[in-house]
Ligand binder design. Structure first.
Ligand SMILES: [Zn+2]
Length: 302
């Protein structure tokens, strides 16, 4: 019996040594992978990330709670290299986490499809984007434009809806800054009439929750699209029901939900969709996030 015990102990000891060697090997592999990932990400987005951080800090629109959250997360992202390397060494699942956060290689929060535009993240002045015409049968007006990189997904989504007997009609897509200026000014004038009790500053603030301040509309980015009717009753239509079930398959998300108005700073808009790409759209819906929360999530999980 004692001899058997010694053998067993020897066996256990040799297994332990093998195990330790394997752990060391996988650690070395994980560190090498991390170094490669960090090199790749910084090469792609280093300069742009710094730009967006300064925009975050200098802007002052919408609610202050999310502003401080944003500052916090941008501080965290500036130290993310150190923290992610320590995470990597202590956890075997770290490499899958990096892949998960980046979604596709080179796809960062500064990628065109994830570009966050809102009251706190205005577009740079003079922003331009290459656009293409939306297929005429899906557009209410002649020559409606959309980001050239995503227009095929929009056309494909409208075609798929059509096949299911649902008529998706684009009533607003890409807008120039001048057009957004007109819409915003019209909204200010309208709210002034509706709310004579409010000050000019209050009227402007209210107007911006309905029609974005020029430079802060996703429609200027070229990735936003309004369908059929800009009425809350749109949520009761077959179109809305179809979009709820299928928009993510084409890379689109419902951008301004009822639940996230405090974070987006925009009223509930059941008609307004935004292209982010299929993988991100599915992840955003699965997490129950709005785009603002998802961008923070990607920053913190980098
Ligand atoms: Zn819209």
């Amino acid at each position: 019996m004692p001899a058997l015990d010694r053998n067993t102990r020897r066996l256990i000891n040799s297994l332990k040594r093998k195990n330790a060697m394997l752990t060391a090997l996988s650690l070395i592999l994980a560190v090498a992978l991390l170094v490669m990932t960090v090199l790749y990400v910084t090469k792609d987005s280093g300069a742009e990330t710094t730009d967006s951080t300064s925009v975050l800090e200098s802007s002052s629109d919408f609610d202050t709670a999310t502003s401080s959250e944003k500052k916090q997360s941008s501080e965290q992202s500036s130290t993310s290299k150190e923290s992610s390397s320590s995470k990597k060494e202590s956890s075997g699942s770290a490499s899958s986490k990096v892949v998960d956060a980046a979604a596709t290689p080179g796809d960062t929060i500064e990628s065109w499809n994830l570009k966050l535009v809102n009251g706190k993240n205005p577009l740079p002045s003079g922003f331009t984007v290459q656009t293409e015409k939306i297929k005429a049968s899906y557009a209410r007006d002649v020559g409606m434009l959309y980001d050239a990189r995503a227009v095929s997904y929009l056309n494909a989504m409208c075609a798929a809806a059509e096949k299911d007997g649902v008529n998706l009609l684009v009533i607003s897509s890409y807008r120039t800054n001048a057009r957004q200026k007109t819409l915003y000014n019209n909204q200010v004038a309208k709210q002034k009439v509706n709310h004579p009790e409010l000050s000019d500053a209050e009227v402007k603030k209210l107007a911006a929750t309905i029609s974005a301040y020029p430079g802060t509309s996703e429609h200027e980015l070229g990735l936003a699209v309004d369908f059929n009717s800009v009425e809350t009753s749109f949520e009761g239509t077959a179109q809305f029901k179809w979009l709820k079930a299928h928009a993510e398959e084409y890379g689109f998300i419902l951008r301004y939900t009822k639940e996230k108005q405090d974070i987006t700073g925009v009223i509930y808009e059941p008609w307004h969709y935004r292209y982010v790409g299929e993988k991100h759209a599915k992840k955003i819906n699965q997490l129950g996030f709005c785009l603002e929360e998802y961008i923070d999530y990607l920053k913190n999980n980098k």
